[in-house]
Unconditional design. Structure first.
Length: 395
C-alpha cells in the first residue's frame, strides 16, 4: 500500500471506529503489516482457546465458592461477598494471548478476562481493509465478527450502561465504540463512572437512567476501592455485567497457580489442557529467593493485577542490578506476586525489523469472535507494542 493509502486506513479507523490514538510516541500505533495464519493454524488456535477457556471456568467457579481462594489470588475482600452472590449466567468477553515458541509450540501467556481491550483494532482493521482493500488480500480472509458477537450477547437488555475510568480517553474510546454498536442495534445507552452507579428498590441506575445490564470497562481491583462499592455488591445477585465481578479472580496472574498450589477437583481433561497450554505458574512464596535471583532466565515475575504489562519483570530484559531490585521488591510483596515459567517466543520480521508477536483470540461467551494481534521489538508485549491485522488463508 502507498503511504497515502495507509493514512487513509488509519484515519478511517480513527473516525469510524473510535481508535483515537492512532499515533503514539511519534509513531503510528498500528503497523502496515499483517500476521497471516494458515487455515489449520486458525482452527487449532480457536479450538484450543475455547477448550482452555471452558477449563478455566471450572477453576473460577471453585474460587467463587471459597473466600480463601479469592484471597489467595488477591481479590480485594470488599468484593468477596459480591462475587460469591453474583448471578452465574453472565455475558462475557475475553481475549486469550497466544505465543509461538522457538520450538514451534503455541502457548498461552494469559487470558484477559476483566477488561480486555483492542475492540477498535480488531473490528476497525478487518472492516476498513476488508471493505476497501479486499483486492490486496487475495486468498486471505478476516475471521470472526466481534461486533456482532458482543451485540448478540447483550441483545436481551434494552438499556445498557457503559462504566469506565472517566479520566482516561483511551478507556472512553473503547466504551464509546461499543455503545455506538448498541445504539445502532436499537438499545439505550448511558456512559458514566462507577461512582455514578446506584441501586434503588431492586433496580440499577447510572445517573437517573435505569439500566438492564452493564458493560464494565473499569478494572475490578479499582472498583474495590471506590466509595460506593456497596452499590455494586447490592447489584451482583441480579444485574448482568459484562464482564462479571468474578472475572477479577481469573484476571489475577496468581489464578494460574491455583491448580499447582491447591488440590482442586478438576477433571483430568481440563487439567491436562491447562498444563499443556499455560506455562507453569506458582506463588512466589513457593520459591527460594536465591534461586530466583540466580536464575533470571527461568521465571517471569508478575503482579496479580496491572495493565499493559506494567507489573511484569523478565530477567533477561533487565540489567543485573534492576533484576536484583525487582526480585527484592517482589519477595517483599510475595502475597500478590506470581512466578510463571519463562518461554522463548519465536522472532519474526516486520516492517520495523526483528520483533515478537502475540496472537490474541477473542471469545464472547466462550466462542471465537475475532483476532487482536500485536508486535514488539522485544518479547514483552505492553502499551508501546504495535497493533497488526490478522488474516487467515482460505483453504
Amino acid at each position: 500500500m502507498e503511504p497515502e493509502e495507509i493514512l487513509q486506513v488509519l484515519r478511517a479507523i480513527q473516525f469510524e471506529h473510535f481508535k483515537w490514538d492512532i499515533f503514539h510516541r511519534g509513531d503510528t500505533s498500528i503497523l502496515a503489516d499483517a500476521i497471516v495464519l494458515s487455515a489449520p493454524e486458525h482452527d487449532f488456535l480457536v479450538d484450543r482457546a475455547e477448550k482452555v477457556w471452558a477449563a478455566l471456568r471450572q477453576v473460577e467457579a471453585l474460587v467463587c465458592e471459597d473466600a480463601k481462594l479469592m484471597e489467595a489470588v488477591a481479590v480485594p475482600s470488599s468484593l468477596h461477598d459480591a462475587i460469591a452472590q453474583q448471578r452465574r449466567d453472565q455475558p462475557r468477553v475475553t481475549r486469550c494471548d497466544f505465543h509461538l515458541t522457538e520450538q514451534g509450540r503455541w502457548v498461552i501467556s494469559e487470558f484477559n478476562d476483566d477488561v480486555p481491550s483492542g475492540f477498535a483494532e480488531c473490528v476497525g482493521l478487518s472492516r476498513v481493509l476488508g471493505d476497501h482493500f479486499a483486492d490486496r488480500f487475495a486468498g486471505l480472509t478476516f475471521k470472526g465478527d466481534l461486533k456482532k458477537a458482543v451485540v448478540n450477547s447483550l441483545s436481551d437488555f434494552e438499556s445498557v450502561a457503559f462504566i469506565h475510568a472517566t479520566g482516561y480517553s483511551e478507556d472512553l474510546q473503547h466504551v464509546a465504540l461499543v455503545a455506538d454498536w448498541m445504539q445502532e442495534a436499537g438499545h439505550t445507552t448511558e456512559l458514566g463512572s462507577p461512582m455514578n452507579f446506584r441501586v434503588e428498590d431492586g433496580r440499577a441506575f447510572v445517573f437517573d437512567t435505569p439500566v438492564d445490564a452493564v458493560f464494565r470497562y473499569y478494572p475490578g481491583e479499582w472498583l474495590a476501592e471506590i466509595e460506593n462499592v456497596e452499590e455494586w455488591s447490592k447489584a451482583a445477585p441480579f444485574l448482568p455485567i459484562m464482564n462479571p465481578l468474578s472475572a477479577l479472580a481469573s484476571q489475577s496472574k496468581r489464578f494460574y497457580a491455583l491448580w499447582n498450589e491447591h488440590d482442586l477437583p478438576l477433571d483430568e481433561s481440563s487439567r491436562a489442557l491447562l498444563d499443556e497450554f499455560i506455562p507453569k505458574s506458582v506463588y512466589l512464596s513457593s520459591l527460594n529467593r536465591q534461586e530466583v535471583l540466580s536464575n533470571p532466565t527461568r521465571w517471569v515475575l508478575k503482579g496479580a493485577f496491572g495493565r499493559m504489562g506494567k507489573t511484569v519483570r523478565i530477567g533477561p530484559l533487565m540489567p543485573r542490578a534492576k533484576w536484583e531490585k525487582a526480585v527484592q521488591e517482589a519477595f517483599d510483596a510475595a502475597h500478590i506476586i506470581a512466578a510463571q515459567q519463562r518461554f522463548d517466543t519465536a522472532p519474526l520480521w516486520s516492517s520495523r525489523g526483528l520483533g515478537y508477536a502475540t496472537v490474541g483470540v477473542y471469545l464472547v461467551d466462550g466462542e471465537f469472535a475475532g483476532y487482536f494481534s500485536r508486535i514488539d521489538k522485544g518479547p514483552l508485549i505492553d502499551y508501546d507494542s504495535w497493533h497488526v491485522p490478522t488474516l487467515v488463508e482460505i483453504s
